[in-house]
Design a binder for this molecule. Structure first.
Ligand SMILES: Nc1ncnc2c1ncn2[C@@H]1O[C@H](COP(=O)(O)OP(=O)(O)OP(=O)(O)O)[C@@H](O)[C@H]1O
Ligand SMILES: [Mg+2]
Length: 465
């Protein structure tokens, strides 16, 4: 983080110093909300959490070396006290950004693939200049400031994943950190229940990103997605498009290898270069092409973008993480989250990886946040499992899982319904046979990530398969 004194931080956020003997004490390590991550010189930010209140850890944070605490009330250790800690984080992020040497800010949003694309993009941009990107999936009102705090004077490119659960969210984020480049990946069914009004209203909300761009900025839009393309008139920035079916920056001649890893030719204005991705699943073609379009828009050559994509690796766990077990079982951990679109791409990756000859076991948890469309989407998922030719299904959960199970079994799939992830794990430890390909996927709150990790490393649990 750019060095700032407690006094300067207090001024930037409109806070009052409490228990501070030295207002000139310097914060020069990133602000953090988890006291276990405090480094000497950091600012500890006390937020109320789901299970506990950050203020309880203020003292421990200062003991661990934090210069001070950003808090909603005095905490008995040096603190900047503000009426609203989250708002203050935004104000501080803005102040930090103003002190940086004007890095190019790239914001990206979409219903699915933000984190995957952000990771690809960061790996391409790193070949161009010093880059800081959102860690993991820190894409909201708290994650965005936390990302900005990690930047320093050497940062030239700042990549920010921006999530949206409704109108005004992205506007709030771009108000804190105005982007120069805005990438919109897709408009799908993620969080559709929270939006109300379906895809149109999701497009309205996600389009706030391109509305925030300046005339000398760049809007990077998905030519394959009409909802994304409908955002073009909402920006004053020039538009660069990407896609597989169409687009200025395009992926052509797409192929998948036996492990479901795509390769394709990246093209732009008559130039072309081959890309072979180390990531699994056809959906990454669109994500990679989007990342290439941003890099090309910022001056990379097609070859440079293609080479960086070929060298890129999976950075964030839980997204199509593939483990080949020693007993010949392949475990695909895509359990970080799920919605109808991402279920569809994951199922197609599962069948691609099985190559027709192996047993395919889909371990599917519920898709949450679908509102009143939930029933229809779960029934359709069951039908899709059957249509895709998946041999075995383990549906995990309550009535939604029952729907998936019923429709899949109706279509000829060997189905088992289990109530929770622990029962699923118990079953799978004996169910899986050498040669199986197993996909584990469900909404984050179903908790299947843990199941997937245990299945991927059964030896670590003392279990022999
Ligand atoms: N381009 C895409 N189209 C459809 N599904 C995708 C695409 N890219 C990734 N996915 C699927 O979506 C899941 C989530 O991917 P990722 O974490 O990259 O998305 P996200 O937009 O960051 O999600 P979140 O809203 O949870 O932050 C992946 O596991 C994958 O199955
Ligand atoms: Mg994400």
């Amino acid at each position: 983080m750019v060095p700032m004194t407690l006094q300067e931080i207090a001024e930037a956020v409109g806070g009052a110093l409490h228990d501070v003997s030295d207002p000139g004490a310097v914060v020069d390590r990133p602000g953090v909300i988890d006291s276990r991550l405090v480094e000497p010189g950091a600012l500890f930010i006390a937020l109320p959490g789901e299970h506990t209140d950050g203020h309880r850890f203020a003292e421990a944070a200062v003991r661990a070396g934090a210069t001070g605490v950003l808090a909603a009330r005095p905490v008995g250790v040096p603190a900047i006290v503000v009426p609203d800690v989250q708002d203050a984080m935004g104000a501080l992020a803005r102040a930090v950004l103003d002190r940086l040497k004007a890095p190019t800010v790239i914001g990206l949003t979409g219903s699915a693939g933000k984190t995957s694309t952000k990771d690809l993009l960061a790996q391409v941009l790193e070949t161009m200049d010093t880059t800081v990107a959102t860690p993991l999936s820190y894409n909201g009102e708290i994650g965005l400031p936390l990302t900005v705090f990690r930047a320093d004077e050497s940062t030239r490119l700042l990549v920010l994943e921006m999530g949206s659960r409704g109108a005004g969210h992205i506007k709030y984020l771009t108000g804190i950190v105005p982007p120069k480049v805005g990438l919109v990946l897709n408009v799908g069914t993620a969080h559709v229940g929270e939006f109300g009004g379906g895809k149109e209203s999701i497009a309205v909300a996600k389009g706030e990103l391109v509305e925030a761009l300046p005339v000398d900025g760049l809007a990077v839009l998905n030519a394959d997605d009409p909802y994304v393309m409908s955002m073009a008139p909402r920006t004053v920035a020039p538009v660069l498009t990407f896609g597989v079916q169409a687009g200025d920056v395009r992926a052509i001649d797409v192929e998948l290898d036996a492990a479901g890893r795509p390769s394709f030719t990246l093209t732009y204005r008559g130039e072309s270069a081959p890309v072979t991705l180390g990531l699994h699943g056809a959906h990454h073609v669109s994500n990679a092409t989007a990342a290439a379009a941003v890099a090309i828009g910022l001056g990379a050559s097609v070859q440079q973008a293609a080479d960086a994509l070929t060298g890129a690796r999976q950075l964030t766990p839980g997204r199509m993480d593939v483990t080949e077990r020693t007993d010949g079982v392949t475990v695909i951990n895509d359990a970080f989250n799920a919605n109808p679109d991402s279920m569809a791409v994951a199922l197609s990756a599962l069948t691609a990886m099985a190559g027709g000859g192996r047993r395919t076991v889909a371990v599917l948890g519920e898709m949450r946040e679908l509102g009143e469309e939930s029933e229809a989407h779960h029934a359709e998922l069951g039908r899709l499992v059957a249509r895709s030719g998946i041999t075995d299904l383990v549906a995990v959960g309550d009535w939604e899982a029952r729907l998936v199970h019923t429709w899949a079994v109706e279509g000829g799939v060997n189905g088992t319904l289990v109530p929770d992830r622990d029962t699923a794990l118990d079953l799978l430890l004996t169910y899986l046979k050498p040669g199986d390909v197993v996909l584990v996927k469900g909404s984050h709150s179903v908790g299947l990530e843990d199941t997937a990790m245990r299945l991927a490393k059964p030896d670590a649990m003392g279990i022999t398969c």
